[in-house]
Design a protein around this ligand. Structure first.
Ligand code: PLP
Length: 401
């Protein structure tokens, strides 16, 4: 998780120097620590965003059938043709977007390949803070540096600070990474915020990489709009998504990147030497599933938004202040009402106090301005698990009082 610039040390050569600078300090992520803590203590794990929910039965059966029918060798490096077509149809049908499609080994490989393809050493990559840990790591692998632009804590939510965004752009800024719906806050960027971001990208000729893995998980009235669909953005935007969060199949690692042909070709150049290609039977089954994603996702949103409501109400009853979550798997809570100024200490003590694991949000900040009292809870678990966690939190708050 610790991923702050030691890129400058790359040039030094020593006889027995250990790992290269680009990976030094990347050792273990915060998820490893807290997943291990959950395992050791038997606590309800609301830390890492691993869904406990079912996948479409027909999708699972299609994978099994594809394996037994012998669909087990390399697909083309750009992806199983039927899946590329299904993704292209999905982008056109839902968002009116056209362009090339490249299938990747999850959104993670798409992000890393995009940053490797777009950044030269010394370049800067902007992302909104807090952010997903693959962005600083990917920038660093490319020899670039991620600059975190803090989102403003605004009432019970998070908001774009346009002045902070403009102030962060330098002559070295090459790429802006935009994640909406957003992990870890559950924010969906509004139309006005997207327009503001698009203005800055056009003004400074920035290339945009979007992470839209929660595109189907916007709740209530929140609506997901890809930045690529704004005026003048399609030609400079790579849109990334994946099957993991949409179908509760995070272990399959099938993702994709869509955009203008020259940009997608550049990503493909890097991607072919990372994995070349992967997951043939999964790609084949997903090609059939993606056409009916809307019906599936409508049900999944019901389950997840009910979980969110359960968790949010429970945190409030336990005396912790929850923030609004409009999408995705996570919500934020302010732990100061329990007397903690430090979310990391809260998370280390929570399994003992309440039998629940959460993740300190400070781990997702690159800019050193982290509100130290924020903690991330996930609600992508079975409703029984969320209910159990809530009961234990409420009980612990009584003991604490
Ligand atoms: C889970 C997640 C990913 C990883 O997607 P994969 O397809 O599993 O690689 C990427 N970005 C965000 C914001 C995520 O939450």
């Amino acid at each position: 998780m610790e991923a702050k610039g030691t890129v400058g040390a790359q040039g030094q050569v020593e006889a027995d120097r250990g790992p290269a600078a680009r990976v030094r300090g990347m050792g273990t992520s915060v998820f490893t620590e807290f997943t291990e803590l959950a395992r050791r203590t038997g606590a309800v794990n609301l830390g890492q965003g691993v869904p406990e929910l079912d996948s479409p039965a027909v999708l699972l059966k299609d994978v099994a059938d594809a394996v037994l029918a012998g669909s087990n060798q390399y697909p083309p490096a750009t992806g199983f043709p039927a899946l590329r077509e299904a993704v292209a149809a999905h982008q056109l049908r839902r968002y009116g977007l056209e362009g090339e499609v490249l299938i990747t080994t999850g959104a993670t490989e798409a992000l890393a390949s995009a940053l490797l393809a777009l950044c030269d050493p010394g370049d800067e990559v902007l992302a909104f803070d807090p952010c997903y840990d693959a962005y600083p790591a990917g920038a660093r692998l490319a020899g670039a540096r991620l600059v975190g632009v803090p989102l403003a804590v605004d009432g019970d939510g998070f908001a774009l600070d346009p002045d902070a965004l403009r102030a962060a752009v330098t002559p070295r800024t090459r790429v802006l990474v935009l994640n909406t719906p957003h992990n870890p806050t559950g924010k969906v960027f509004t139309a006005a915020e997207l327009a503001e971001i698009a203005d800055v990208c056009r003004e400074h000729a920035l290339t945009v990489v979007t992470d839209e893995v929660y595109e189907h998980l916007a709740y209530d009235d929140a609506r997901h709009v890809p930045l690529a669909s704004l005026p003048g953005m399609a030609g400079r935007t790579l849109t990334i998504s994946s099957a993991g969060k949409t179908f509760n199949v995070t272990g399959w690692k099938i993702g994709w990147v869509c955009g203008p042909a020259p940009l997608v070709r550049a990503v493909a150049s890097a991607k072919q030497f990372l994995t070349y290609a992967s997951g043939t039977p999964y790609q084949e089954a997903l090609a059939r599933m993606l056409g009916s994603v809307e019906e599936w996702a409508a049900e999944l949103r019901k389950t997840l938004s009910a979980n969110r409501d359960l968790l949010s109400a429970g945190l409030e009853r336990a005396g912790l202040r929850p923030y609004r979550a409009e999408a995705g798997y996570f919500l934020q809570a302010d732990v100061r009402p329990w007397g903690y100024g430090d979310g990391t200490r809260f998370c280390r003590e929570l399994p003992e106090r309440a039998g629940v694991v959460a993740i300190p949000t400070s781990a997702f900040y690159q800019s050193g301005n982290a509100p130290s009292w924020l903690v991330r809870f996930s609600f992508c678990r079975r409703p029984e698990s969320v209910r159990k966690a809530v009961e234990q939190l409420v009980a612990a708050s009584g003991r604490a009082g």
